[in-house]
Design a protein around this ligand. Structure first.
Ligand code: MD6
Ligand code: FE
Length: 213
């Protein structure tokens, strides 16, 4: 049997303008993706940034692409330089870009031009509080989010922080494409439960691709 015959795209619209592509990243050269992620982290090490309120975030972060998302005393935003090293962020690997573009196109976003990829690493019990992604310039561009490693429960609510969120489990290789009316909705990650993944150990990684600039 041809490799391609066995690939049936799984696409579910979990709520308006939020698409879940189960295991999509596994069909798109998974090993290269993991090797490229390790190389980016090697050049721009993960670190726990401080929020403007003075709290360390429990997820460790780094970036690749022209722009990287950073948090510090001055606030949140994108920077062309890695504030830790003073150097530009590593280039976005071709495997990353290919995955982001094909996932976006599957969901109707054929003109996605990501210039930033935020890499989040969660250890057991790390979490991310409900937030909006609103530091980007152009909210007509979607966000493509790739989950790797151990599972997590993703929450997504409404346009107000107090709107009750839906919960959905995200597993290794799952991709979420998020845009349109959902673009500014609150979302977060519940504290990770103890678990282990064959290739990535007791961690979850999330790649979020954006057009930031
Ligand atoms: C995470 N993701 O999955 C955190 N933001 O670790 C996000 O904050 C996120 O997955 C916007 C769109 C999709 C996402
Ligand atoms: Fe987010």
């Amino acid at each position: 049997m041809d490799l391609f015959d066995s690939f049936k795209l799984s696409k579910e619209e979990i709520t308006k303008d939020v698409y879940l592509l189960r295991e999509f990243a596994l069909h798109d050269s998974e090993h290269l993706l993991l090797a490229d992620m390790r190389a980016v982290i090697g050049q721009a090490p993960l670190r726990n940034m401080m929020t403007p309120m003075g709290f360390a975030m429990s997820a460790a972060m780094t970036n690749c692409g022209e722009l990287g998302w950073v948090a510090d005393k001055a606030g949140y935003g994108y920077d062309t330089l890695n504030t830790n090293t003073g150097k530009p962020w590593p280039h976005m690997p071709a495997s990353f870009l290919q995955l982001a573009l094909t996932a976006a196109a599957e969901c109707g976003y054929t003109d996605f031009v990501p210039d930033a990829c935020l890499i989040n690493q969660y250890k057991i019990s790390a979490s991310m509080g409900l937030h909006q992604d609103k530091n980007e310039r152009d909210f007509t561009q979607p966000i493509v989010s790739v989950s790797l490693g151990i599972p997590a429960v993703f929450q997504f609510g409404g346009l107000k922080r107090s709107d009750k969120p839906l919960k959905i489990s995200l597993n290794h290789g799952d991709v979420v494409v998020w845009g349109g009316d959902a673009r500014l909705k609150f979302h977060g990650i519940m504290p990770l439960k103890p678990n282990s993944h064959a290739a990535l150990g007791a961690y979850r990684y999330n790649l979020t691709f954006r057009k930031a600039g």
